[in-house]
Design a protein around this ligand. Structure first.
Ligand code: SF4
Ligand code: SF4
Length: 447
């Protein structure tokens, strides 16, 4: 690693920069790699979420700065920002900025789901297919989220705030920046509160987000936003289905039409994921047949397209894949030691382009047309009375608190850390104040 890469990745770790697109993979790890392409995932194909578009509209220079730093660290000869061409108000500014920077370009993508799946983005941007069970680095790419690069543009500055979108059944849908550690309820109140009697919340986008039941949970660095919907909305009902329910219905109603497989984005990239075969596991309770069919779910990226769009019977092949992977984990079977791992290069499906699912159709199918509104940028500054900084906010080992009850802390002070040889990042105070409760789960700070 060059001196610059060492310093850049040290800064990223110290500042607690993590992937801000969901799971929150620590950014310093990617900065220590060597890659030919640095890709910016600005596809944001989850309906109703708008935060990446707003960051690119209001702070594009910072995203470019972060990208340039990452390119230098990993030795990338090209930086590509993948954004949907429908964002025609933002793209001209991005293209203008790209012209003024070296080796950076803007890739205009179609409005389909899941264009933001990192393996789809890698293929669209480079023509390369990530090998089954592999990662983008295997084909010379690092993929970063928009907000991650925004944060990377401030070397060493602790991540204390996060960008979120609040959309759906709220008075004033909005996208804004909040201190990490406020509750989701507070975030919704900042948008004027809910407009329905019996609300349910999805943490993240409608496709991959989870239904939340505890609204006092704190916002974390990797949070993208929440969608508020009526509790009896079909999407909420479907997402809340438990294993006994989707197994019972799936066992009796799946006619093996295989639409779920034929539209699966990873299958179309040439990976051997076949959710219709995984559905057959519902006919067996364990044994070799169960194990065999479960393996066709090992390469599922859990995008939910099969469950929420493709299946004409409204079944839940995605959940079947999730439980199949869990069952195989217990049997210590992963893709690497599965007989499906033939070592052959994947062949992209010849009609892949014609099977891309337009987001407009998806929104209709999800019953979200009435909620599919803009969530305009708001630069209002929220000053909470208290925050809870979780010790485990993202992929990696949890932090241990480094402060004691009653201690005064400044905004940006480290309140939780972990040994440098463990995967993970420190967490920081998002407001100045006095430390309240401290336990292994969180540190409370009172303003
Ligand atoms: S699309 Fe639905 S009915 Fe058809 S095979 Fe898949 S799960 Fe079964
Ligand atoms: S959730 Fe369904 S469509 Fe998505 S990758 Fe998994 S099997 Fe394929």
């Amino acid at each position: 690693m060059s001196e610059f890469s060492v310093e850049f990745s040290r800064n990223l770790r110290g500042a607690g920069v993590v992937g801000a697109g969901g799971a929150g993979f620590p950014a310093y790890v990617k900065a220590q790699c060597k890659a030919e392409f640095a890709l910016v995932n600005a596809a944001e194909c989850e309906p109703l979420l708008k935060k990446d578009q707003k960051i690119l509209a209001y702070f594009p220079e910072k995203v470019f700065d972060g990208l340039e730093l990452l390119m230098r660290a990993v030795g990338a000869s090209r930086g590509i920002i993948g954004i949907k061409k429908k964002h025609e108000k933002i793209i001209p500014r991005l293209e203008e900025l790209a012209r003024g920077r070296k080796n950076i370009s803007v890739l205009k993508m179609g409005d389909y789901y899941p264009a933001g799946d990192e393996q789809c983005l890698v293929f669209e941007a480079t023509g390369r297919v990530v090998p089954p069970g592999g990662i983008p680095l295997d084909v010379g790419c690092v993929v970063s989220n928009v907000e991650t690069l925004y944060n990377a543009a401030f070397p060493g500055r602790p991540v204390t705030d996060t960008f979120i979108t609040i959309n759906g059944a709220v008075k004033k849908p909005a996208t804004f920046r909040v201190p990490v550690g406020i509750t989701w309820l507070e975030a919704v109140e900042l948008c004027g509160g809910v407009t329905i009697k019996d609300p349910a919340y999805i943490d993240g986008g409608p496709m991959m987000g989870k239904v939340m039941t505890d609204f006092e949970l704190p916002v974390v660095k990797a949070s993208a936003g929440i969608i508020v919907l009526p509790k009896n909305h079909p999407l909420i009902v479907k997402k809340a289905q438990g294993r006994p329910t989707f197994t019972r219905i799936g066992r009796s109603a799946c006619d093996q039409c295989s639409y779920c497989t034929e539209l699966c984005p990873r299958y179309l990239l040439g990976h051997n994921v076949q959710p219709h075969r995984v559905m057959r596991t519902m006919l067996f309770s364990g044994g070799p047949e169960h194990k065999l069919h479960s393996q066709y779910g090992l390469l599922c990226c859990e995008c939910s397209l099969c469950s929420l769009y493709s299946c004409p019977e409204g079944l839940n092949p995605r959940e079947a894949c999730v439980v199949a992977k869990g069952d195989l984990r217990e049997l210590k079977v992963g893709f690497k030691n599965s007989p499906l791992n033939t070592g052959k290069a994947p062949q992209v499906h010849p009609v892949r382009d014609f099977r891309k699912v337009p987001v407009s159709k998806l929104v209709k199918k999800l019953g979200l047309e009435a909620y599919n509104k803009d969530a305009p940028w708001s630069d209002a500054v929220y000053k909470p009375a208290r925050v809870k900084i979780l010790m485990s906010q993202h992929i990696g080992a949890p932090c241990a608190a480094t402060v004691k009850e009653g201690q005064k802390v400044e905004k940006g002070a480290v309140v939780g850390d972990l040994p440098v040889d463990k995967l993970g990042c420190p967490v920081h105070a998002s407001i100045a104040g006095t430390v309240g409760k401290v336990n292994e789960k969180y540190v409370e700070i009172i303003a």
